[in-house]
Design a protein around this ligand. Structure first.
Ligand code: BES
Ligand code: MN
Ligand code: ZN
Length: 495
């Protein structure tokens, strides 16, 4: 994909298509007005007939308007003027790009009115355009045997109107890297569990490291995991025919002495629940239970591609959670790498078990911050639905940093409280604590469990159970929270 910017001369621009905005009030946005006057009022006439209502999500493709360099114009609804903020702009842009990918249009200029500069400056305009283009062009790597629809023709996208081309260009380049990373995450997460096993996930991390010289990888096999005394990770994996893997990705973008950011991903390649077997409906979606791991791998690739002046370590705990004769049972007690013992009351609360060993492993890097990313609890989906990821942590500044990164990246999260009262629910008669704390506040007690392994670290936890993938007709990975993580790293690199 070739990205560029435009500043003026829209009417004569040598592209296939201009993307123009219309408000729901029937009003043309600024750029659309100027195009309308060049082409003899064609757009106003069309609106007067009531052919296009400007509702968010609506698009209309027009051909051969007089006086323009472009052979087509695509109108996209901006919604109401009053509600026109960054997200409405994004929605309009998203719908327009989706519509374009169903045509033979190879080049376009985006010319939507922008909400105030405070809401969307030139840098973020570029970033959003590149990210949205990447998302619009994404096609799931399916295993359908019929004839594939033709690939979209889109090859060149111009963002505008911009005042500072260099800022927009930087945004486009970074947005392009983020979009590619999101697609790496989506490709991995969309794969079925019989292909994307722990071994496969580790192989993909290896393959990524081969593509970037600043990226190194180490894969711990079952014996090495045992040597690290990761008893909780082993307990989760022992019911499966697939051996577990622990992956260490190391991106060195700064001086050796600089403390790294450590990202920790939950990589359960299939979560059947184990002996505490899940109900059949929707169980297939538990192939997405490695989304955190996929986001970590993708984000490390992004950091390497952007050559961020930062050290970043990615840790992936990859395992399959299955019932079987050797599987861990309710009541079993495992010893974590930290030495703490855990009574496994429910084998379906496996994510926190594997993360406990991974978070402990993070200590050896003396990190400036540790962030774990996990499809951890159904309770988080109940609490927040599918629009915000949950965020908790033991360092308020780090949590605030993640909240802000989510807003800027349009990949939002929402803080849940993590106060000491919740620890009560994890009490066990037989071990240091239990791995479940009952139904109430389930997202919080899960984070409380993780907190037992992150004392003394600056740590935050992202529960992405509701945001990492979609169900129903749109079933598939969303690529979240890779944009949030990338934004976080970009800011850390700049400070
Ligand atoms: N992977 C699931 C969490 C999940 C649920 C992700 C729904 C996406 C959608 C996790 O391993 C799990 O099973 N959690 C249990 C915890 C419970 C046993 C305390 C849950 O949420 O039900
Ligand atoms: Mn589970
Ligand atoms: Zn799980």
């Amino acid at each position: 994909m070739e990205f560029g910017v435009w500043s003026k001369g829209l009417a004569k621009l040598g592209v296939d298509c201009l993307i123009l905005g219309v408000f729901e009030e029937g009003e043309l946005s600024g750029e659309a007005r100027s195009i309308d006057s060049v082409s003899g009022g064609a757009l106003k006439k069309l609106l007067a007939r009531g052919d296009f209502g400007g509702r968010a999500g609506d698009t209309l493709l027009l051909a051969e308007l007089p006086g323009l360099g472009a052979s087509r114009v695509l109108l996209t609804g901006l919604g109401t003027k009053k509600q026109f903020r960054r997200r409405a702009w994004r929605r309009a842009c998203q719908s327009a790009l989706a519509a374009l990918t169903r045509t033979r249009i190879a080049s376009c200029a985006i010319a939507l009115d922008r909400p105030e500069a405070r809401e969307l400056d030139d840098y973020y305009l570029g970033r959003q355009v590149a990210e949205l283009t990447g998302a619009a062009l994404y096609r799931v790597n399916d295993l359908k045997t019929g004839k594939k629809p033709p690939a979209p023709a889109l090859k060149r996208v111009l963002a505008g109107p911009v005042r500072k081309p260099s800022a927009a260009q930087r945004g486009l380049a970074q947005g392009d890297a983020i979009a590619q990373a999101m697609n790496v995450q989506r490709d991995l997460a969309n794969l079925p569990g019989n292909i994307c096993t722990p071994t496969y996930l580790a192989e993909q991390a290896r393959a990524l490291a081969r593509r970037h010289t600043a990226l190194r990888v180490r894969v711990l096999d079952e014996a090495a995991i045992r040597r690290e005394k990761m008893g909780c990770l082993l307990a989760v994996g022992q019911g499966s025919q697939q051996p577990p893997r622990f992956v260490v990705l190391d991106y060195a973008g700064a001086a050796k002495g600089q403390a790294p950011v450590v990202l920790v991903g939950k990589g359960v390649t299939f979560d059947s629940g184990g002996i505490s077997l899940k109900d059949p409906p929707g169980m297939d979606e538990m192939k997405f239970d490695m989304s955190g791991a996929a986001a970590v791998i993708a984000t490390l690739g992004c950091a390497a591609q952007l050559r961020l002046p930062l050290n970043v370590v990615g840790l992936v705990a990859a395992v399959e959670n299955m019932p079987g004769g050797r599987a861990v049972k309710p009541g079993d007690i495992a010893t974590s790498a930290s030495g703490q013992t855990v009574e496994i009351l429910n084998t379906d609360a496996e994510g926190r078990l594997i993360l406990s060993d991974a978070l402990h492993y993070a200590r050896r890097f003396n990190p400036q911050a540790v962030i774990d990313i996990a499809t951890l609890t159904g309770a988080c989906v109940v609490a927040l639905g599918h629009h915000h990821a949950g965020v908790m942590g033991n360092d308020e500044r780090l949590v605030q940093e993640l909240l802000a990164a989510g807003v800027r990246a349009d990949d939002r999260c929402w803080q849940l409280p993590l106060t000491e009262e919740y620890a009560e629910q994890l009490k066990s008669n037989f071990a240091d604590f239990a791995n479940v704390g009952g139904r109430d506040g389930g997202a919080i007690t899960a984070a409380t469990f993780l907190g037992k392994f992150t004392q003394g670290l600056r740590w935050a936890h992202l529960d992405i159970a509701g945001t990492a993938y979609q169900s129903g007709a749109q079933k598939g990975s969303t690529g979240r929270p890779t944009p949030l993580l990338a934004d976080f790293l970009l800011r850390r690199a700049a400070r």
